[in-house]
Design a protein around this ligand. Structure first.
Ligand code: ATP
Ligand code: MG
Length: 265
């Protein structure tokens, strides 16, 4: 079908966006992540599930070097984004985090206007040629965040004046404004009501046409609704990784089964 055998192989296999090999994380003497190996696919939503303290947030933070900000934290092993080692000395963590954006549990808009929340990253990274260009970037990001219609008439009002669900969509819009390739979300809906949660879930589903999304969630229903791949962590180990349907209907490891049936966690 293709003249180029490499291309053929690429099409046949799911495209790997992030590749983690033999990743270990320590906080002082605490061994929080134990030899984790995983390929995170492009244009896929991957859910990280597992009991509290199993290392979901720790591993997620490895993927954009957010652990660099924790003094006692040490990361070992290899993590590649599109084949490039993100822990290479030449990689600027600020640039990396523009490519691998993050959304946190609690919506955290800057104490600035809605417009400036979105414009902040593009300004830092010099993405706009002029004011009209920046206006376009802001509108595009707010549309991508499924919140444009709610805020277009009050772009200069403070972001902190929005409802919790709106603030979270603003934060997602802020993360996409720097044109990331990967979006990391750590329990992005846990502070939201069911309506705001379903809006954010719909948005996550739309985002996967363009980005690789990794979401940590305590809700197995949410993992089943939004993700195509699921990784189950337990005591710092990645116990099982596979298609979400398989993990939830036919888990191979007894620890996964115990967790999804509610016996551990
Ligand atoms: N900043 C830190 N300093 C020291 N130890 C930490 C730190 N952050 C996490 N840990 C430890 O690392 C382990 C994994 O924690 P982590 O926060 O990654 O778990 P989690 O799966 O995200 O849990 P939860 O579901 O409760 O958010 C735990 O033993 C935790 O106590
Ligand atoms: Mg966590």
């Amino acid at each position: 079908m293709y003249d180029n055998p490499n291309l053929e192989r690429k099409v046949a296999q799911a495209e790997s966006k992030i590749s983690a090999r033999n990743v270990q994380v320590f906080y002082g003497d605490t061994h929080a992540i134990k030899d984790v190996n995983v390929e995170i696919e492009a244009r896929t939503v991957t859910a990280f599930i597992g009991p509290s303290g199993c290392g979901k947030s720790t591993f997620l933070r490895c993927l954009n070097r957010m652990n660099d900000t924790i003094d006692i934290c040490r990361v070992e092993g290899d993590i590649e984004l599109d084949g490039e080692n993100i822990y290479d000395k030449r990689v600027d963590p600020v640039q990396l985090r523009a490519k691998v954006g993050m959304v946190f549990q609690k919506p955290n808009p800057f104490p600035k206007s809605i417009y400036d929340n979105i414009a902040y990253g593009p300004r830092i990274h010099g993405l706009a040629k002029n004011k009209a260009d920046l206006d376009d970037i802001v509108e595009k990001a707010l549309r991508r965040g499924a919140i444009w219609n709610e805020v277009k008439d009050r772009l200069h009002a403070p972001g902190t004046g929005l409802s919790g669900g709106q603030q979270q969509r603003l934060c997602i819009a802020r993360a996409v404004a720097t044109e990331p390739e990967v979006l990391l979300m750590d329990e992005p809906c846990s502070a939201l009501d069911p309506i705001a949660t379903s809006q954010v879930e719909e948005l996550i589903d739309e985002l996967r046409d363009q980005y690789s999304v990794v979401i940590v969630t305590h809700s197995m229903q949410q993992a089943a609704r939004v993700s195509q791949k699921t990784a189950f962590f337990h005591l710092g180990n990645l116990v099982e990784y596979g298609d979400t349907d398989q993990i939830f209907t036919n888990p191979h490891d007894p620890r996964t089964e115990a967790y999804i049936t509610g016996r551990i966690g």
